[in-house]
Design a protein around this ligand. Structure first.
Ligand SMILES: [Cu+2]
Length: 502
């Protein structure tokens, strides 16, 4: 393809050269001056034809593509400041457009009008002060007007007001955008570039607890009508945070955080509604698939990178959704589950709160166990059927082959002490059971001694009246599950409390 294009260009060059030579030779035959005038007139006419076609093409293409262009037709800005910004662009386009059209027409018209004619003399204009004043003052005035109104819009847009806002962070890297939301506390935590690792893509400082609820969603979701401040940073090279539909565009510079403040004022759904009646958006979103939604139905806002930052630049796209406040709140709640710290850092080596967290976790687990245990005690007390007036001491464990209580059995035994204290009339039979592995006599003896260990703990450590308790060892005589597999045997080795009266 490339070779064909190059060959065509060379060929066209050769053709033009040949035509020029033929004109030259024919000129010699007809007389120089007549030939030159003839050629001038023809060139002048060509110029007029060209500028006419060119201007028609400019206007026609603008009309043809108007429904795709941001700032026109359905593509009004989806943010508040964007409307002022579009106005600015339109004003600039209006003035520069007048100058553009006028200069182009004059340029080409003059080349026709002032072509060589025998006897015509050039008029020399040495100096004209009035003319100088006019062509200096006029552009200066227009420029001042454009620059001042531009500064006004810029200052209003970028003003860091005291209004309430949602702050999010976007960090560009080759080749994607990392997004960070502040989580429940509404504050983004501290970060430091020295902390970048594979498991810490933002370099968040986990010592700062404000980081603990920050989450990193795959897409940007924002509520309609709320002010948003985006912190814009870059990890490696220059990127550019570009939300074209919101007229938000700002460089992301490594080492120099920038920001942009904007207020989305159109939800994704509302924007689709705008495109609904536009003929250009009635086509299939996937021309190969007749089932695919129409273009207006599948419209989505997007975040792009507007800086040529490397080979994968084109892939730096993120979905942006603008929703109503309630939907946003629900989304934040769901994303909160996936907060980075609890899912990727907590309890790991890089977690500065590792030990504290481990203690917290045990505490939490014990409180759940306690709640479940008390529930089973209450159920057993409330039950009519004698077979249901039993609760298991699942978390009472013994050292292997011995009746000595394992260290963490005390948590459940203390719960049992509490239950016995709050139900002073409660009397229990403490029943030890084993699986059928080994000698039945030994099993019976072991289960008896294990039941007695529990009995002793309750009486000695819990100060429970010994008359309320009785320890019985049943050995392997009362299995609750099959002894043929490990899971069944595990269920059979157990200690239970049977309510004898209450
Ligand atoms: Cu980029």
């Amino acid at each position: 393809m490339g070779i064909i294009i190059i060959l065509s260009i060379i060929l066209i060059g050769v053709v033009i050269m040949q035509i020029a030579r033929i004109t030259e030779i024919s000129g010699k035959l007809r007389g120089e001056e007549a030939a030159m005038m003839d050629s001038n007139r023809r060139t002048g006419v060509y110029m007029l034809v060209f500028i006419t076609l060119f201007l028609i093409f400019c206007v026609a293409s603008a009309l043809y593509y108007k429904n795709w262009m941001l700032g026109f037709g359905p593509h009004q800005s989806a943010s508040e400041h964007g409307i002022a910004l579009d106005g600015l662009f339109n004003t600039t386009l209006f003035w520069t457009g007048i100058v553009f059209v006028a200069t182009q027409i004059l340029l080409f018209w003059y080349s026709y009008k002032f072509q060589y004619k025998p006897g015509r003399k050039v008029k020399f204009l040495v100096h004209d002060t009035n003319l100088e004043i006019i062509w200096t003052a006029l552009p200066a005035f227009v420029m001042c007007f454009l620059v001042v109104s531009g500064l006004k819009v810029w200052n209003e847009t970028m003003a860091d007001t005291n209004d309430e806002y949602i702050e999010i962070e976007a960090m560009g890297q080759q080749f994607n955008w990392l997004i960070r939301y502040p989580g429940e506390d509404n504050h983004l935590g501290e970060r430091n570039y020295k902390l970048f690792t594979a498991s810490n893509p933002f370099g968040q400082d986990w010592n700062d607890t404000k980081n603990h609820d920050d989450f990193h969603p795959a897409e940007i979701v924002l509520p309609k009508g709320k002010k948003v401040r985006v912190r814009i940073t870059a990890k490696d090279v220059l990127h550019n945070f570009d939300l074209p539909h919101f007229r938000v565009k700002m460089d992301a510079i490594p080492g120099l955080p920038t920001y942009f403040v904007f207020t989305p004022n159109t939800t994704t759904e509302e924007y689709r509604e705008r495109l609904r009646t536009v003929p250009e958006y009635q086509a299939l979103s996937d021309p190969q698939d007749p089932e695919s939604p129409l273009l207006w139905e599948s419209f989505e806002y997007e975040l792009a990178c507007a800086e040529l930052c490397g080979k994968g630049h084109y892939s730096m796209k993120r979905l942006v959704k603008i929703v109503e406040q309630e939907e946003y709140d629900a989304w934040v709640l769901a994303q909160q589950e996936q907060a980075w710290y609890p899912n990727n850092v907590k309890g790991k080596d890089e977690d500065p709160f590792k030990e504290m967290n481990a203690a917290d976790q045990l505490k939490q687990e014990l409180s759940i166990r306690k709640k479940n245990f008390m529930e089973s005690v209450n159920n057993a007390i409330g039950a009519e059927n004698p077979e249901e007036r039993i609760f298991k001491l699942d978390n009472v464990k013994y050292k292997t082959g011995s009746a000595e209580l394992a260290d963490d059995s005390m948590y459940e035994l203390n719960n049992l002490v509490e239950a016995l204290t709050s139900f002073p009339k409660l009397r229990l039979e403490l029943a030890g059971h084993t699986d059928n592995v080994g000698n039945p006599v030994n099993n019976q003896a072991l289960s008896q001694r294990r039941a007695e260990s529990v009995y002793n703990y309750l009486v000695n450590e819990g100060s429970i009246d010994s008359k309320r308790l009785k320890a019985v060892g049943y050995g392997d005589t009362k299995p609750v599950s099959s002894n043929d597999n490990e899971e069944g045997r595990r269920q059979n080795r157990r200690t239970e409390a049977r309510i004898t009266s209450n």
